[in-house]
Design a protein around this ligand. Structure first.
Ligand code: TYM
Length: 334
C-alpha cells in the first residue's frame, strides 16, 4: 500500500484551519493508504521558547488527532522528536540542497519583505537558522517515512514541492546507490475557503492570533465568534454573505439547509449578523462537542496519550532506522 504522511506543528491550540486543511483529509486517506501522522515538535522551536507551553501544545495536537478519529492501531502516530534519524538525515540532505532554493521559500521571503517595508537595513533581522532550514527538516519528515502523498493546506504546498526537489537533488547524486521516493502533495480543491479564514478575515493562522480553536469550551467559542468583524448594514437591509468570514465558516460547518437558508435571508434582508454568528456557533458545537469530550479525557494527566506516542515512535523507527542505514551506505558514511 501507498503511504500518506502529514504533520502539525505544536505552536498553538489546533484550529478549524488545521482541521479542514489537514486533519480531515488525512483521516479520509487513512482508509486507502498506510497513514503516518505526527507532531512536528522540533519545527515549533523556531518560535516557541517556553518549555511548558511547548509540552502543552504538543499534547494538545496529539489529543486533537486522536479525538478527531485517528486510529492509533491503523496509523503510525508519533512525535518528530522521538525519531532521532530525522536530525542526522537533515544534515545529509542539506548538503545536496541549494541555498538558492531556501532563499525563495515563502515563509523566509515574507520576513524579508516585512523588514524591507519597515525600512530595516538587515533584511534577515529576526530570521534564525531554524526558520531558514525549516523546509529541509520538513522534507526529511516526508522522505524518511517513504511517503507517496502528503495531504496539507495550500500554505504548505511549496514545502511539499521542495521535498520533491530535495529528493531529486539527492537522487541525482546518489541515485545509483539509493533513491528517495518523490512525494506528491494533496491540497484541498480550489473554490470556497480551501484556506479557512480567521476571525479577522485573513488566513486562519496561529501566528496571526486569529484562530478558532477546535476544542475551546463553548463559552470561549461563542465569544471568539462574536468578535468576528461584520459590516454595519442594518438588520432589515440585504447583505453580501461573502463580506464576512462568518458566512464562509458557516458554509463549511453548517448543514446544507442552514447554509442555503442563511444565504437567502442575508441576500433578502431581515437577518442580522448576530443571528448568523449564533448559527455558526451552534453548527460548530454540534460537530465538535463529542470530540471535545474525548479531547479533554486525553489531555488529563495520566491518560493513555504518552503510551500511544511511545508505541507510535517504535513503529516509526522500524521504518526510519533501516532507511537511514541505506542512506549512510549510499553516501559512504560507515
Ligand atoms: P501547521 O502546523 O502550520 O498546519 C497544519 C496543517 O494545517 C493546514 N492549515 C490550514 N489549512 C486550511 N486553512 C487554514 N487557515 C490553515 N492553516 C493551517 C496547513 O496547511 C497544514 O497542512 N510545516 C507544517 C508541519 C509539518 C509538516 C511536515 C506537514 C512539518 N513537517 C511534513 C506535512 C509533512 C506546518 O507548520 O503546519
Amino acid at each position: 500500500r501507498k503511504v500518506s504522511l502529514t504533520g502539525i506543528k505544536p505552536t498553538g491550540e489546533p484550529h478549524l484551519g488545521n482541521y479542514i486543511g489537514a486533519i480531515l483529509p488525512a483521516l479520509e486517506l487513512a482508509d486507502s493508504y498506510d497513514s503516518v501522522y505526527f507532531i512536528a515538535d522540533h519545527h515549533a522551536l523556531t518560535t516557541i521558547r517556553d518549555r511548558d507551553l511547548l509540552r502543552h501544545y504538543t499534547r494538545s495536537v496529539a489529543a486533537t488527532w486522536l479525538a478527531a478519529g485517528l486510529d492509533p492501531d491503523r496509523t503510525t502516530f508519533y512525535r518528530q522528536s522521538d525519531i532521532p534519524e530525522t536530525f542526522e538525515l537533515a544534515w545529509v540532505v542539506s548538503c545536496v540542497t541549494g541555498k538558492g532554493l531556501m532563499n525563495r521559500a515563502h515563509a523566509y521571503k515574507a520576513v524579508r519583505d516585512r523588514n524591507r517595508e519597515a525600512g530595516k537595513d538587515d533584511l534577515d533581522a529576526g530570521v534564525n537558522m531554524g526558520l531558514f532550514n525549516y523546509p529541509v527538516l520538513m522534507a526529511v519528515d516526508i522522505l524518511l517515512m517513504d511517503a507517496d502523498v502528503v495531504p496539507v493546506g495550500r500554505d504548505q504546498l511549496q514545502h511539499v514541492e521542495y521535498a520533491a526537489d530535495i529528493a531529486g537533488a539527492f537522487n541525482a547524486v546518489y541515485g545509483e546507490q539509493f533513491a528517495f521516493k518523490i512525494p506528491t502533495p494533496i491540497v484541498p480543491a480550489e473554490g470556497t475557503a480551501h484556506t479557512m479564514p480567521g476571525t479577522d478575515g485573513r488566513k486562519m493562522s496561529k501566528s496571526y492570533g486569529n484562530t478558532i480553536p477546535l476544542f475551546a469550551p463553548e463559552a470561549t467559542l461563542r465569544k471568539t465568534i462574536r468578535r468576528i468583524p461584520t459590516d454595519s448594514v442594518p438588520v432589515e437591509a440585504p447583505k453580501d454573505p461573502d463580506s464576512s468570514s462568518v458566512f464562509t465558516l458557516l458554509e463549511h460547518f453548517g448543514t446544507a439547509d442552514v447554509v442555503a437558508d442563511t444565504r437567502a435571508a442575508l441576500l433578502a434582508g431581515g437577518m442580522g449578523w448576530g443571528e448568523v454568528k449564533a448559527r455558526l456557533t451552534n453548527a460548530l458545537n454540534h460537530q465538535f462537542a463529542p470530540m471535545r469530550e474525548k479531547y479533554e479525557a486525553l489531555m488529563a494527566p495520566g491518560s493513555e496519550l504518552d503510551d500511544l506516542l511511545a508505541h507510535g515512535a517504535e513503529k516509526a523507527r522500524k521504518q526510519s532506522q533501516p532507511l537511514l542505514e541505506r542512506v549512510r551506505e549510499a553516501i559512504g558514511i560507515r
